[in-house]
Design a binder for this molecule. Structure first.
Ligand SMILES: [Fe+2]
Length: 195
């Protein structure tokens, strides 16, 4: 896996179209390249109450988000609203647990395989056909991951363990920092629900 600059990634993704995002070339590119951590740090904000979603860029075709995880923070079992999702761990370690595809909203899906511990440089892929997953930072060290969705995902179904059912939630994110919108390759993102 090669580390590339964020601008290189954006230029590559901007050249794609709806059909090419479904094909093997984009998949191979995103599995073979991770983004330099230094390019991502300006977008990275943590939250005390939950893992934080930070928007890097959103177009009609795709979106890039940086997720920031303090020790112990976790994303419950969730789907990806029919979209493709590539995840790169850029710093720290995250634990991925896959489950079977979501069929019944009142039932916890069954686990698929053992939890997968991924450290910096590793890439995973998931979509709703493969199944759903949970992600957790089980250690004490903060972790940072880059997520690329094609197309953008505004809502997803999340499993609420106490109520033993899935509920649809609206996904929110911190907007890109103002100074990063000055980057020529990163024009300002469209209006979206933010904190
Ligand atoms: Fe996910």
């Amino acid at each position: 896996v090669r580390a590339i600059g964020l601008v290189e990634l954006v230029r590559y993704l901007d050249r794609q179209n709806t059909a090419s995002f479904q094909g093997p070339m984009v998949d191979a590119y995103l599995n073979g390249n991770t983004v330099e951590l230094n390019d991502i740090l300006p977008f990275t904000r943590f939250r005390e109450d939950t893992y934080a979603r930070n928007l890097v860029r959103r177009t009609e075709q795709y979106e890039i988000l940086v997720l920031a995880w303090l020790g112990g923070q976790r994303a419950g079992i969730h789907n990806h609203s029919g979209q493709k999702c590539w995840t790169q761990v850029l710093s720290g370690e995250l634990c991925f647990q896959n489950y079977g595809p979501l069929k019944n909203l009142n039932e916890c899906p069954s686990r698929l395989g053992a939890p997968l511990r991924q450290s910096a440089g590793s890439v995973t892929y998931i979509d709703d056909h493969e199944g759903v997953h949970s992600i957790a930072n089980e250690g004490n060290v903060p972790a940072i991951s880059l997520h690329i969705y094609a197309s953008p995902v505004t809502h997803c179904w999340v499993y609420f363990e106490k109520e033993s059912c899935f509920k649809q939630i609206e996904l929110q994110s911190f907007p890109p920092p103002f100074e990063m919108e000055e980057m020529p390759a990163l024009p300002s993102a469209p209006e979206s629900p933010e904190w």
